[in-house]
Write a protein that binds this ligand. Structure first.
Ligand code: CO
Length: 500
């Protein structure tokens, strides 16, 4: 195998738990657990899985204690994975690969509730429970120490799919999320819900009608509003019957435009809707309210693509080539007036950073729902990308400047920002002018990086203010490229990354 990104699509077999050899100095204040999720294998026996997002979940854990890093990895013991191992083919419909059955089977599944429990996308904590999540409503509880699978957890089980990116509001002390309803007799749309601290049950905030609903992967939160950004990537009933898989049932309908639904968090009522020229997005970065010319605007920052072709570009056959061509996701800012106008011209948009950036991260605990200054993410040295994601990027949204970290033949994953514990919280709130201040980037980024030449991955610890390396800890094997993770600081209740 060539020493390049393709190593990140090779399955892992072994499950390991060991203290990692470390170079450099891990900050002494860094104490806690980085839990990450992503595929461990794309092997379903004789049936090939076709998409990066289809792989069977494997949890990775990095535990920081007294300057040492302990690593562990373990496959999620899902029914979907067990079925594939036993029967040599899929038993459940994954993101882009369908079980091998005929038309009757597909018709049956249209009405079935047999969602996959292959929760390979993110982790989340509700109360004391640690959960592995995917867009299916089937959430799986895991033991954060042994990484054993504990069983199903019924969370947000009111809709056909549930977001993997619920948000936590540190002021209201509640988790906010949404699910998508595909209709099937009733009207399709989205159901907003909240889970207050101390509760394990979701209560419904409101409904947004949209039929058919679009593919919506994340959303934006401000103190008063939820903003749902709906790209014109919508289910086609006919394709669900004649086509295959979850995502092959969707089609790009640019004439619908992309819609912003702004919903009042208290009343659950839609305050305004705006339609803008079509774009696609997976990830929101941040949002906040701002007064301008006597009007209140909601400012939404997100990663925008020209269209939904990024989903096709992430098929394994396209990724496992020497230089995969990936579309550019750029950081865009939309300013949405709250007047009851549906005129898309009222929405201003600007590109903040034109290079590719994905898996965005902010100082979530201090800056989410507020004006802020720094975004971190994975990126590419070229636009359009001619390689898999090969650098980390830090974008100053105020000065519109960027700094990067990269090394030849290394491929970094999502950088999780952990604020420094030494940070003076009092001075932070005193200097919080709403435009960011000297302490916002006081912390580290944690990124799992594939070193293709060394044929191993390492956990990289970077100073977020200077974007220079502080330490790296070598894993005993190369890890398949994953998606999202959370850092749970020792003795702190809430995770510290972007989104819950
Ligand atoms: Co995501």
């Amino acid at each position: 195998m060539a020493a390049d990104h393709r190593l990140g699509f090779r399955p892992v077999r072994e499950e390991i738990r060991e203290t990692l050899p470390t170079e450099g100095d891990v900050p002494e204040w860094l104490s806690g657990t980085l839990l990450r999720n992503g595929p461990g294998t794309w092997n379903a026996g004789r049936q090939p899985l076709t998409h990066w997002f289809d792989g069977f979940a494997m949890i990775r854990r990095f535990r920081f204690r007294d300057g040492e890093i302990e690593y562990a990895n373990r496959f999620l013991d899902s029914e979907a994975y067990a079925h594939a191992r036993e029967h040599g083919e899929l038993g459940y419909r994954e993101f882009a690969t369908d079980p091998p059955t005929g038309l009757l089977g597909r018709l049956r599944r249209l009405r079935s509730t047999e969602f996959t429990d292959n929760a390979c996308v993110d982790v989340c904590r509700i109360g004391d429970r640690y959960l592995a999540t995917t867009e299916s409503p089937l959430v799986t509880e895991i033991d954060p120490d042994s990484l054993e699978t504990r069983g199903r957890y019924a969370f947000g089980d009111v809709t056909d799919t549930t977001t993997v990116h619920p948000q936590y509001d540190f002021d209201e002390r509640e988790l906010v999320g949404y699910g998508t309803r595909f209709g099937g007799g009733s009207t399709g749309g989205y159901t907003l819900f909240r889970v207050p601290d101390g509760s394990e049950d979701a209560s419904i905030v409101g409904e947004i009608e949209s039929d058919p609903p679009g593919y919506v992967h994340s959303f934006a939160l401000t103190p008063r509003y939820v903003v749902l950004t709906e790209p014109p990537f919508v289910p086609n009933r006919l394709a669900l019957v004649t086509g295959s898989s979850v995502i092959d049932g969707y089609e790009w309908r640019p004439e619908r435009g992309t819609r912003f639904h702004v919903v009042d968090r208290q009343s659950g009522k839609t305050v305004t809707r705006h339609r803008v020229p079509p774009f696609f997005t997976f990830h929101h970065v941040n949002a906040f309210e701002r007064g301008e010319d006597g009007r209140t605007k909601v400012v939404v920052d997100l990663i925008a693509y020209e269209d939904a072709s990024v989903i096709e570009a992430l098929r394994l056959r396209r990724l496992v080539t020497a230089s995969p061509s990936l579309p550019t996701g750029e950081l865009r800012r939309f300013s949405i007036p709250l007047d009851d106008s549906r005129d898309g011209d009222a929405v201003e948009s600007a590109t903040i950073y034109p290079g590719h950036v994905e898996l965005p991260m902010i100082d979530y605990a201090h800056r989410n729902t507020r004006e802020y200054r720094y975004v971190y993410g994975v990126g590419n040295r070229k636009r359009p990308p001619e390689d898999f994601q090969n650098q980390l990027v830090k974008i100053d949204v105020r000065e519109r400047e960027a700094e990067t970290w990269s090394e030849e033949r290394t491929y970094p994953g999502e950088p999780v920002f952990v604020p420094s514990l030494d940070r003076d919280e009092e001075s932070e709130s005193r200097n919080g002018d709403g435009n960011g201040n000297g302490t916002e980037d006081d912390g580290v980024l944690l990124s799992v990086v594939l070193d293709a030449e060394a044929e191993r991955s390492f956990l990289l610890v970077i100073d977020a203010d200077t974007m220079t390396e502080r330490a790296r800890a070598w894993c005993p094997h190369p890890l398949p490229f994953g998606f999202h993770g959370q850092f749970y600081a020792e003795g702190q209740e809430r995770p510290t990354r972007s989104m819950s």
